[in-house]
Design a protein. Structure first.
Lengths: 374, 371
C-alpha cells in the first residue's frame, strides 16, 4: 500500500504544489508587469509585460494540472477553443500596447508635426484592421467573414473622415512649443495666444459641427442648443485668454518686486516689516496692471470677453425661452413686450396729460369735473 | 534698522492679529449702518424718481433753492454719508434751500427709458415742480458726475429755468486717453450689451469701477481698515462707504445706450452734434453763471473730461476751480467740507439775488417742449 501510494502522488500534496506553483507564477508575472509599467521610457512601451500575461498564466495552469498537450478529438478541440477564446482580450490589449509604443519611442524635445501624427495614426488604423481581421477571420461562417471584410473597408473611410475632422488640431498645436517658449520669457501676449489655441482647435473641429445646420422635427430647438453651447465655449475661451494675460502680468510683476527688493538690499534699505513689503508689493502691482489696462491688447481682449459673454447670455436666454414655452410661464421676450407696451402707454399718457394741461391753460379755465350727486 | 528683523516681523504679526480680533468684535456690534443722515421730506414722485426737500435748522438765507442732481450710477446719499461729512448738512447750515433728486432703482420695466425721458421728462418735471412750489421762475442747479452732464444738457435746453449752474466732476469732453473708462468704452459693443441685458446691472458697473484700481480698491482698502478696526466709529464710517460703493442701481438700457454711444464713443456734446428729443443741445446756450469744479486726481472723470465745459458754455460768468482730490474725495473728504462746500455756498449766495416770482401756472416755453 505504501509502495502503491508512493508511486501515485498524494492528492493533497499535488493540490498544494499546484497552488504554490500558481502563486509563484502569479507573483512573478505581477512583478515583471509592475517593473515594465513603472520603468516605461524611451524604447520601452508601458505595460508591455502584461501583453502575454494570459498565455503565461494559461501555460502555468496547464503545467500545474499536468496538461502539456490537450491531444486530439472533440474534447480537446472544445478545450482549446474555450481556453483560446480569452486570447481576444489579450490581442486587443496587445494592440493598445503596440499602439502606444511609438509614443514611447518619440525623442523628447522633438516637435510633433502633423505629418508625424498622420504616420502614427495610419499605423494605428492598420493595426486595428489587423486585429479585426484576426478576430473575425477565425469565425467559421463565410457570411460573417465577408461582413468583416466590408467592415474593414468601411473603417478606411471612417479613419479618413476622423483624420480630416481632427487634423486642424494637430496643425494648430505645432505652434504651441513656440508660444510656450515666448510665454516663459515673459512675453505677455504669448500666454493669451496659447490659451487661444484651445479656441482655435475647437472652432476648426467640434465648433464646425455645432455651427452646422440641423435636421428634423427638433431642428429649431437643437440649433439653439448648439449655438448656446458654442457661445459658452467661446466665452470660456475668451476668458481663458483674458486670465492668461492677467496671470502673465502678475508673473512679470513678481520679477519686478524681487528686483526692487534686490535694489533695496544693495542700498541697505530692505523692508523691516510686513507693512513695508506690502506697500512695495501693491504699488508695483497697481502700476503694472494700470499699464496693462491702458494697452490696446487688453482693451481688445476685454472687449472680446464682454462680447462673447453677451453672446452666451443671449443664446442662453433664448434657450430658456424655448424651455419655458412648454410651460405656462411668461418668457423673457413676453415680458419685454409687456414692458415696451407699458412704456409706450405711459409716454402717450404723459403726452395727453400735457396737451390737456396746455389746452386748459390756453382756455383759461379748468375742465369741469364731474361731481357725484349729493 | 532694527537689530532683529524677524522679531520685528513676528511682533508686527501679533499686533495685526490683536487688531483683527478687536475689529471683529467691533463689526459684530454693528447692527446696521445708516447712510443719508439729514432729515428730508418726499415732496414729489414720478414712477421711481423721487424728489426730497431737505430740512435744516437754519432759515433759508439764499432765496433761490438749489436742486442737486446726482449721477444715475450711484446713490446720492454719498453727499450726506455721515454727520461730519455731509455736504447737504453744510449747505443747509448756511441757509441753502435744498432739493435733491433720487433717481431710484430701475427695474426691468424701465429698460426702455431714454435719456430724453430722464432729462426732458423727469428732470424737467422736477424743475417745474420746484419752480411752482417756490414761486420762482428760475432755480439753482448742482449736477454731480453723470448728473452734471445731465444738468449741463438740461441747462442748454432750458436756460430760462436756471438761475445758476454748478457742475462737479462732470464729464463733458469724453475724447481723452487719461481715464480707463474712456479707453474701455471706446470699443464697447453697447448695442449688444443693451440688446442682451436690457438694463445694465449695477453689479457689472461695480466690477468695471473696481477694475480701474484693482489693488487699491480690492486689497489696500481692506488692509487700511486693519489700522482702524479697533475704533468703532472708524469701522462704522468704513461700512457706510462700503454700503454706498456697492449700492449701485441698474442702468436703464436705452439711456445707457445713448450715453455711451453719443457721448463716450462719439463725443457728440462737445462737437455740437448731440440731440435730445429732436432738439440740438448747444452748450453755448448755457448763458447763466457757471461754476465748474473738478478733481485733479480724479481717475473716473479726469480733468481733461470736465475742464473743457468752462470754455464751451456761452456764459460770461464762468468760475473754474479744482481741488487736489479724487472723485470720491470731492464729496467726503475733510477738504470738501472745509473748502468745497463753502465755495459753492459763497458762489451761489453772490448770484442769488431775489428775483421776480413765476406765475402760478408755468407757461409752456415755445420750442422747448419735447415731442
Amino acid at each position: 500500500m505504501a509502495e502503491e501510494t508512493a508511486g501515485k502522488q498524494n492528492p493533497f500534496s499535488l493540490w498544494n504544489e499546484w497552488q504554490q506553483s500558481l502563486w509563484n507564477n502569479w507573483m512573478d508575472m505581477a512583478k515583471k508587469g509592475m517593473e515594465s509599467g513603472v520603468a516605461a521610457g524611451p524604447g520601452i512601451a508601458p505595460g508591455a509585460a502584461w501583453g502575454d500575461w494570459y498565455q503565461k498564466w494559461l501555460k502555468s495552469v496547464q503545467e500545474a494540472w499536468g496538461i502539456t498537450s490537450p491531444g486530439d478529438g472533440l474534447g480537446a478541440t472544445v478545450y482549446n477553443r474555450v481556453m483560446n477564446a480569452a486570447n481576444v482580450y489579450t490581442d486587443i490589449m496587445n494592440f493598445w500596447i503596440k499602439a502606444m509604443a511609438p509614443l514611447a519611442k518619440l525623442e523628447p524635445g522633438v516637435p510633433l508635426t502633423e505629418e508625424k501624427i498622420k504616420e502614427l495614426y495610419d499605423g494605428w488604423v492598420k493595426d486595428y484592421q489587423g486585429v479585426m481581421d484576426m478576430l473575425w477571420g477565425q469565425f467559421p461562417s463565410q457570411d460573417v467573414q465577408e461582413l468583416a471584410k466590408s467592415w474593414k473597408s468601411a473603417t478606411d473611410a471612417y479613419a479618413a473622415y476622423t483624420w480630416n475632422f481632427m487634423s486642424p488640431v494637430f496643425r494648430n498645436m505645432e505652434a504651441m512649443p513656440d508660444m510656450m517658449k515666448r510665454a516663459a520669457t515673459g512675453e505677455g501676449g504669448a500666454a493669451a495666444e496659447a490659451a487661444g489655441l484651445f479656441w482655435k482647435n475647437y472652432y476648426d473641429t467640434v465648433g464646425k459641427a455645432l455651427r452646422a445646420p440641423t435636421l428634423g422635427y427638433w431642428r429649431e430647438f437643437t440649433e439653439r442648443q448648439d449655438k448656446a453651447v458654442d457661445a459658452y465655449i467661446a466665452f470660456n475661451s475668451a476668458l481663458a485668454q483674458y486670465y492668461a494675460l492677467l496671470y502673465s502680468t502678475g508673473s512679470q510683476t513678481g520679477e519686478k518686486i524681487f528686483k526692487k527688493l534686490a535694489e533695496f538690499k544693495d542700498k541697505e534699505m530692505t523692508p523691516q516689516t510686513y507693512r513695508e513689503f506690502y506697500r512695495i508689493w501693491w504699488t508695483i502691482n497697481e502700476e503694472a496692471y494700470h499699464d496693462l489696462f491702458m494697452s490696446e491688447e487688453f482693451a481688445k481682449l476685454f472687449q472680446e470677453v464682454v462680447t462673447q459673454g453677451m453672446h452666451f447670455k443671449k443664446w442662453s436666454d433664448d434657450l430658456w425661452d424655448q424651455y419655458i414655452k412648454f410651460t405656462n410661464l411668461p418668457s423673457k421676450s413676453d415680458m419685454d413686450e409687456i414692458y415696451k407696451a407699458i412704456y409706450d402707454l405711459k409716454k402717450e399718457l404723459r403726452k395727453q396729460k400735457r396737451m390737456i394741461g396746455d389746452i386748459e391753460a390756453r382756455s383759461g379755465k379748468k375742465a369741469a369735473r364731474a361731481k357725484p350727486e349729493a | 534698522m532694527v537689530d532683529n528683523p524677524y522679531e520685528a516681523m513676528f511682533k508686527e504679526g501679533l499686533k495685526v492679529q490683536q487688531k483683527l480680533l478687536k475689529g471683529f468684535e467691533n463689526m459684530l456690534q454693528v447692527q446696521d449702518v445708516e447712510a443719508g443722515v439729514t432729515p428730508r421730506e418726499l415732496v414729489y414722485q414720478e414712477d421711481k424718481v423721487r424728489l426730497f426737500h431737505y430740512r435744516g435748522d437754519s432759515k433759508s438765507k439764499i432765496p433761490v433753492p438749489l436742486l442737486v442732481v446726482y449721477a444715475l450710477v450711484n446713490r446720492q446719499y454719498m453727499m450726506d454719508i455721515q454727520e461730519d461729512r455731509s455736504m447737504f448738512r453744510k449747505m443747509l447750515a448756511n441757509g441753502i434751500d435744498l432739493y435733491v433728486v433720487d433717481w431710484g432703482y430701475p427695474s426691468k420695466m424701465d429698460r426702455y427709458l431714454t435719456m430724453e425721458d430722464y432729462i426732458m421728462g423727469y428732470l424737467d418735471n422736477i424743475v417745474d415742480f420746484v419752480r411752482k412750489k417756490t414761486g420762482l421762475k428760475k432755480i439753482n442747479m448742482l449736477g454731480v458726475c453723470q448728473g452734471g452732464t445731465y444738468t449741463a444738457i438740461y441747462a442748454a435746453l432750458y436756460p430760462e429755468k436756471i438761475k445758476n449752474l454748478v457742475v462737479m466732476v462732470a464729464p463733458v469732453d469724453f475724447d481723452t486717453r487719461d481715464g480707463l473708462l474712456n479707453i474701455w468704452s471706446k470699443s464697447m459693443d453697447v448695442d449688444l450689451m443693451v440688446d442682451t441685458l436690457g438694463n445694465i446691472p449695477g453689479e457689472l458697473m461695480n466690477l468695471g469701477f473696481l477694475w480701474l484700481k484693482p489693488f487699491q480698491l480690492i486689497v489696500d482698502k481692506y488692509v487700511g481698515l486693519l489700522d482702524n478696526m479697533e475704533n468703532p466709529a472708524a469701522v462704522r464710517n468704513f461700512l457706510r462707504m462700503e454700503k454706498w460703493i456697492f449700492d449701485s442701481p441698474d442702468q436703464a438700457g436705452e439711456a445707457f445706450r445713448k450715453f455711451i454711444k453719443d457721448l463716450y464713443q462719439e463725443n457728440k456734446l462737445v462737437k455740437g452734434e448731440f440731440t435730445l428729443g429732436g432738439m440740438k443741445v448747444d452748450l453755448k446756450k448755457i448763458t447763466m453763471p457757471v461754476l465748474n469744479i473738478y478733481g485733479e486726481q480724479d481717475h473716473l472723470v479726469p480733468p481733461s473730461c470736465s475742464l473743457p465745459l468752462s470754455k464751451l458754455v456761452g456764459s460770461k460768468d464762468v468760475t473754474t476751480r479744482s481741488f487736489p482730490l479724487g472723485h470720491i474725495g470731492m464729496y467726503v473728504s475733510l477738504r470738501s467740507q472745509e473748502e468745497l462746500a463753502p465755495l459753492i455756498i459763497k458762489w451761489l449766495a453772490e448770484r442769488s439775488a431775489p428775483q421776480a416770482a413765476a406765475s402760478s401756472k408755468p407757461k409752456a416755453a415755445a420750442g422747448t417742449r419735447r415731442k
